[in-house]
Ligand binder design. Structure first.
Ligand code: OAD
Ligand code: ZN
Length: 246
């Protein structure tokens, strides 16, 4: 199943950069986006311009977020997260690039500074105007009191989960740091992503073009399997479980 080959590649590498998608968190009870039962098979994503333009879209967006809260609150790092955190503690991983918004890499032991979040974080909220951060509990309180999504207390612009919606600009600093990591590593691990959302999906290719070995671990085929040095089409927890250390 490739686990042994993966073990050899990990042993030979001096700088490993993991790149994760929703598939690493499914064993933690968080659904992915595009599998049967995934979020986008149940709900149409609300694009950024709609969120900005419509109070109704903002209310709907927050209703969905609150409905997910028990799931996010109960989620604990899975075997994949723990294996990557072990490699990080061993000094093999300078940083991790993630499309995930669930905060589980931080929970598993990565320093916040070393988690490059391409699509933001859903465990807190942020004003889309001035960038002021808010606790979700503040949003919930306001929502329960008034029946609608709140605006920023400082500037009056809408408050959104601190995530990147379709049509919203990518975080510049995260994009720059992700590119640096992808270019300098010698082993790049793309884990649990369908690799269909750009520009995020450009990083595995960028790493490969810069001379890294590329491993793709995903249940389903991806468009970049043909440029990978190793494809493990198998469960992530089972595949990375053997690499969970202290
Ligand atoms: P997807 O849902 O597109 O892909 C997740 C992949 O993980 C699928 O190909 C699954 O087959 C695979 N998978 C799920 N559980 C697995 C397991 N236990 N073992 C192995 N493979 C497993 O999720 P992402 O690629 O992360 O962005 O989606 C990319 C972006 O699309 C997200 O960051 C989000 C979404 O729209 C925004 O909202 C901007
Ligand atoms: Zn504001």
């Amino acid at each position: 199943r490739g686990v042994e080959q993966l073990g050899n590649m990990i042993a030979e590498a001096s700088s490993i950069v993991p790149f994760t998608g929703a598939g690493i968190s499914t064993e933690c009870g968080i659904p992915d986006f595009r599998s049967p039962g995934g979020l986008w098979t149940r709900n149409r994503p609300i694009p950024f311009d709609e969120f900005v333009a419509s109070q109704e879209a903002r209310d709907e967006s927050w209703r969905r977020r609150f409905a997910m809260e028990p799931t996010f609150a109960a989620a604990k790092p899975g075997r994949g997260h723990r294996a990557l955190a072990s490699l990080y503690r061993a000094g093999k991983v300078p940083g991790i690039i993630t499309q995930n918004i669930d905060n589980l890499h931080q929970t598993s032991g990565f320093k916040a500074d070393d988690v490059i979040e391409l699509h933001g974080n859903t465990t807190y909220a942020r004003c889309i105007g001035c960038g002021k951060d808010y606790d979700l509990s503040w949003v919930k309180l306001h929502f329960d009191k008034t029946g609608c999504a709140p605006d920023c207390a400082d500037c009056g612009d809408p408050v959104k989960t601190a995530t990147i919606s379709f049509g919203q600009s990518m975080p510049e600093d995260a994009m720059r740091r992700a590119a640096e990591l992808a270019r300098q590593c010698d082993l790049f691990l793309a884990i649990g992503s369908s690799l269909v959302v750009w520009p995020a999906a450009g990083f595995p290719m960028m790493a490969k073009e810069s001379g890294a070995r590329l491993v793709i671990i995903n249940n389903e085929p991806t468009d970049q399997d043909d440029i990978a040095d190793l494809v493990i089409r198998h469960d992530i927890g089972d595949t990375l479980g053997p690499f969970v250390g202290n």
